[in-house]
Design a binder for this molecule. Structure first.
Ligand code: G1P
Length: 290
């Protein structure tokens, strides 16, 4: 296998307005809403760390500074918890702020996902990196990024995560036109953001994980506003495709869309049923409800 430049940085766009969670998001960024006891965002940072990512760059919007606070170490709180016998909690607090080196960049205006990623250009520099959308949580070991790194090691190029989606919902996603290249791997020939069902080239929808070369930034600088009048990452990748190979990784694992209240509720229920410490109570609770 050819050796490739290592992937050490992840960009996590977290600058969205969170309108689907209003009024809660008046005060709490949606990325900090919990699945059980941990913010959705932390699951994503954990997935990055598991795949060997050392530096996480979070793109936030003005007013979302509590995300910065969340990742700051809090030794005083850790000491208080330890002193009161809550070692477990103390360790969890410590763990959350030591997963990776986390830094922040600000997107001043909500001009789209592609624009948010472009804000991280300087912080990423001249190396390949991953982009992880925190609305998409996938429970699987190894995580999606680790699975994509395998594809990258084998095939090189850029990699995007995809999942087969019911045709009636393809218009909600970026969609790829692709031909088989290996087990659960496709070579991407084209991609389009939120196509009407009859124009979708396939039902392979993009899930929020991307492994990209630094050339994507030049592409994003040349990308005009697209769907919803926003600068779309999918459109930037369509430009990238002119000079770069792009592979789609049909990952293993169950995907949760935590970008809607019911999606977040579903993830919370399923995680509670899967976790040993909460399984029995969650089962009893659901039986009682039904
Ligand atoms: C974004 C991307 C889209 C992708 C989706 C995955 O859309 O633009 O290509 O399929 O995430 O969750 P959004 O959900 O921000 O509308």
């Amino acid at each position: 296998m050819t050796s490739r430049p290592p992937i050490l940085k992840a960009v996590i766009p977290a600058a969205g307005l969170g309108t689907r969670f209003l009024p809660a998001t008046k005060a709490v960024p949606k990325e900090l809403l919990p699945i059980l006891d941990k913010p959705a965002l932390q699951y994503v940072v954990e997935e990055a760390a598991e795949a060997g990512i050392q530096q996480v760059i979070i793109v936030i919007a003005p007013g979302k500074e509590s995300i910065v606070a969340y990742f700051q170490p809090d030794p005083a709180l850790e000491r208080r918890l330890t002193a009161s016998g809550a070692q477990d909690l103390s360790q969890q607090v410590h763990h959350a702020s030591h997963l990776a080196q986390v830094s922040f960049v600000i997107q001043q205006q909500p001009l789209g996902l592609g624009h948010a990623v472009l804000m991280a250009k300087q912080a990423v520099g001249n190396e390949p990196f991953v982009v992880m959308l925190p609305d998409d949580i996938v429970s699987h070991t190894p995580g999606v990024v680790a699975q994509m790194l395998e594809v990258y090691r084998k095939f090189g190029g850029a990699v995007v995560a995809v999942a087969e989606t019911p045709w009636e919902s393809v218009h909600n996603y970026g969609v790829v036109a692709a031909t088989p290249a290996g087990e659960r791997v496709h070579r991407v020939r084209g991609l389009v953001e939120k196509p009407p069902r009859e124009q979708a080239p396939s039902n392979l929808a993009i899930v929020g994980r991307y492994l990209l070369p630094p050339e994507i930034f030049d592409c994003l600088e040349r990308t005009p506003p697209g769907a919803k009048g926003e600068i779309q990452l999918t459109d930037g990748m369509a430009l990238l495709l002119e000079n770069h190979a792009l592979y789609a990784c049909q990952f293993q694992g169950r995907r949760y869309d935590t970008g809607t209240p019911l999606g977040l509720l579903r993830a919370s229920l399923e995680f509670a049923l899967a976790r040993e410490d909460t399984r029995e109570s969650a089962q009893a609770m659901l039986k009682g409800l039904l």
